[in-house]
Design a protein around this ligand. Structure first.
Ligand code: BGC
Length: 784
């Protein structure tokens, strides 16, 4: 008996000696002590390319998620699981099928970022992304690599569809709503790409050279709002350089500004690549190298051993990682179902999409009345583009096209036209796929876009009698890895598109019938030269898998569109100040990008403007800030969008309290015949306070609930004094000037319905670190 007791005691002691602590929420210090240098380095590096496809994380017994973009590495000895990261932003991007099972893993294709911003409805954005986050959690993913929130500096940026707006307030507020929605599910987001990643050409190496005022007021502002208001779990540093340094290796950006000034508490991860400066990235406060490679672990270990990374820097990042990990569903052992309610989400997306569609023109033809059969033209009518290409593309089960939408609304689509298009699309797609170079760009380029088909006038005439009206869908797609071109077929219509548009208009108008154009496009195109031709234009963007239904709902009057433009549509591309500093027709973007991505380094050559470096010479003069201040005519102004009803604004009122907080109110009344929602936009003209300022800037907005004809709503919008501030480079401070302010209440930036003034008695200032300066001040254009 005594012997047994002694043996048992010895065993217990041995066990205690070798017992490993396991990670808990409350023992991060203990785990930090227990981790070896090698394990710490491992935690700072992701699991590798394709790491999330089942089985490759051999150290982990976790079942990982096929098609997710990345993982963090597990340390099973200490109870640290791998976590899973997947794209974003128009829904979750994972593989829809897996070997060995007939089950499918489709995700909902939500409206892209630009559509979310076009709704100007933040509670709606939050509702949509709450559903999105549910899919993230139920498919076993911990972090959605979204939202994308770079500014629409130039309309040709290939990834603008993923991003929100040319205005940092609208972008920041939309991002914050997006983040709140996703994270309400107990999963995280990664606000990206931080920062000034505003072009795709040579995106790995391009140096964005920006003076600090434009940087702070425009390119950082949206991120600042998102971080302060929504507490994202993670931020993704971008590929590019900012004022000479890779953002992923910039202490000033990732620590001084993001953490010290804005109070960011989460982890920063790199965008997906392997730059040599891993040591610099660790020191800068970049906690996680993604997708992660062995040589990055080796660099970190070597860096700690030779003293270039201090123990404190290493532990700071590891602590951030542990604090992140304990928040994740994986760590908490969440039993995900792999069965999110896709039907419910599809219904939600269908209902919500119309709020992001923008009615650009309507001579009274819409909503359609007394029509039965539609002559439905345009490739996009049958092969509707739900979202862009690249990592932002979601593997959705289906995309509803415009033809389906009309049928769902009880209309007939002319069968001959439909058959002809469908056959042409099928043939052309096979041909394009067969001819596509096997260049490894599949994920970046996506499915080929079928060029418009030539249609004779006689065919259109032949179909005239059988149809009551015509619709022409014009499509454009874009995506990660390349910028769009200021050329026919992209920025401008092709000759064939123009001819089809004109012929349809001539033939239908001659018979007293109408033509409607649907723009199924990811970003701004030229409209000024042709917008007078059709009777109505609906800007549908690339609004997700239910897009075709939402388009037809709007055309038929089942929904009243209430979207407004989150950017300006200029008359001509070269009206845009940044057009002179943007690689608008560069042909080699992908090859350079792919070389860098594959670790082959970049194609070296002498520095080339807009490719190796881009001077943001337009400074703060982006979008309406420029057009409204310069008085330059536009095709459609920022904030513009028509409705099937009309709204009257009461005389607005503004008051300011002793702390400088402004409260603005106005009553909006539906004066038309159908129910609708109105976006109220507040533009503020500020006293200059020694700075050249735009004529006004968006400082607040709100959307009414659905107002029945005759119904009113009093909208109250508050603006704090910090939001009113401009950045003064000389003092390195945000400054709100004393003096008289005017608040313009707009239905768009060019349709101001009323104004009220207030006075700030005292100036206020918020000094910040004098960091992130360009090596030489960027020579800026002057507008005023
Ligand atoms: C993109 C990111 C994306 C990542 C993972 C990168 O190429 O820039 O937006 O999240 O890939 O797929």
């Amino acid at each position: 008996m005594k012997k047994i007791f002694l043996i048992a005691t010895a065993m217990l002691c041995t066990l205690a000696l070798f017992a490993q602590p396991k990670l808990r929420k409350d023992n991060i210090d203990e785990i930090l002590k227990a981790l070896t240098l090698e394990e710490k380095a491992t935690l700072l590096v992701g699991g590798g390319w394709g790491s999330a496809t089942a089985g490759s994380m051999t150290a982990s017994s976790e079942s990982l998620v096929s098609g997710a973009a990345g993982t963090t590495r597990p340390i099973p000895r200490l109870g640290i699981p791998a976590t899973v990261l997947a794209d974003g932003p128009a829904g979750l991007r994972i593989n829809p099928t897996r070997p060995g099972t007939n089950a499918t893993f489709y995700c909902t294709g939500f409206p892209v970022g630009t559509v979310l911003a076009s709704t100007w409805n933040m509670p709606l954005v939050e509702k949509l992304t709450t559903a999105m986050g549910d899919e993230v959690r139920e498919y076993g993913v911990d972090v959605l690599l979204a939202p994308g929130q770079n500014l629409h500096r130039n309309p040709l940026c290939g990834r603008n569809f993923e991003y929100f707006s040319e205005d940092p307030l609208l972008a920041g507020k939309t991002s914050a709503a997006y983040i709140r929605g996703v994270q309400s599910n107990g999963v995280g987001v990664s606000a990206k790409h931080f920062a000034a990643n505003d072009q795709e050409v040579n995106r790995q190496e391009n140096d964005s050279r920006i003076n600090t005022r434009a940087l702070r007021e425009l390119y950082l502002k949206g991120f600042e709002i998102a971080v302060r208001e929504a507490d994202p779990w993670t931020v993704m540093s971008s590929y590019n350089k900012l004022n000479g340094n890779y953002t992923q290796q910039s202490y000033d950006l990732l620590t001084t500004v993001l953490r010290e000034e804005w109070g960011f508490k989460g982890i920063v991860m790199t965008d997906w690549g392997n730059k040599k400066g891993t040591v610099a990235a660790v020191k800068a406060g970049n906690d996680l190298m993604e997708p992660g490679m062995e040589n990055e672990i080796e660099r970190i270990i070597a860096g700690v051993k030779d003293g270039s990374i201090s123990q404190a820097e290493l532990d700071r990042n590891v602590r951030n990682m542990l604090e992140y990990i304990v928040r994740t569903p994986r760590f908490q052992g969440y039993k995900y179902s792999n069965k999110p309610d896709l039907k419910a989400h599809a219904k939600l997306v269908h209902e919500a999409t119309a709020e992001g569609l923008i009615l650009l023109e309507n001579n009274g033809v819409l909503p359609l009345k007394d029509v039965k059969t539609v002559a439905l033209y345009g490739i996009g009518s049958y092969d509707f583009i739900a979202g862009g290409t690249g990592s932002g593309n979601v593997n959705k089960a289906y995309v509803r096209n415009v033809a389906e939408g009309f049928k769902a609304n009880g209309l007939e689509v002319d069968a001959d036209i439909q058959t002809w298009y469908e056959q042409y699309i099928a043939l052309k797609k096979t041909e394009l796929r067969n001819n596509a170079a096997d260049n490894g760009l599949g994920i970046l380029l996506g499915d080929p876009v079928v060029p418009e088909m030539a249609i004779s006038r006689s065919f259109i005439e032949k179909k005239l009698n059988a149809t009551d009206f015509a619709v022409l869908t014009i499509s454009r797609n874009a995506g990660e890895g390349d910028d769009r071109k200021a050329a026919d077929g992209d920025w401008t219509l092709t000759g064939q598109e123009r001819e089809l548009l004109q012929t349809l208009a001539d033939v239908y108008h001659a018979a007293g019938k109408k033509l409607v154009v649907v723009l199924n496009i990811g970003g701004v195109i030229e409209t000024a030269s042709w917008k007078h031709i059709p009777d109505a234009i609906l800007l549908a963007w690339t609004p997700g898998q239910e897009g075709g239904l939402a388009v037809a709902d709007v055309l038929c009057g089942a929904s009243n569109p209430s979207g407004k433009l989150p950017m300006t549509f200029p008359v001509s591309y070269f009206d845009i100040p940044s057009s002179f500093n943007f690689p608008f027709n560069y042909k080699g973007g992908n090859s350079i990008d792919m070389a860098a991505l594959l670790g082959m380094g970049t194609v070296r050559r002498n520095p080339v403007k807009d490719i190796d470096y881009t001077d943001y010479a337009e400074g703060i003069w982006v979008g309406y800030r420029y057009f409204a201040t310069a008085g330059k005519p536009v095709s459609y102004p920022f904030g513009y969008g028509l409705s099937y009803t009309t709204f009257a604004y009461s005389k607005p009122a503004v008051k300011v309290d002793k702390n400088g907080k402004v409260t603005a109110t106005v009553t909006v009344t539906n004066t038309g015949k159908v129910a609708g929602k109105e976006v109220v936009e507040l533009y503020v003209t500020a006293p200059d306070g020694g700075l050249v300022k735009p004529v006004f800037e968006l400082k607040g907005f709100a959307k009414t609930k659905e107002l029945r004809p005759g119904a009113s709503e009093t909208v109250t919008i508050t603006i704090d004094p910090y939001t009113l501030a401009s950045f003064n480079e000389t003092t390195s401070a945000w400054e709100t000037a004393a003096g008289n302010y005017t608040v313009h209440f707009g239905a768009s930036s060019a349709d101001i319905r009323g104004a009220a003034t207030f006075k700030l008695a005292k100036p206020q200032s918020w000094p910040v670190h004098r960091v992130l300066l360009p090596a030489e001040p960027v020579k800026e254009i002057s507008v005023k």
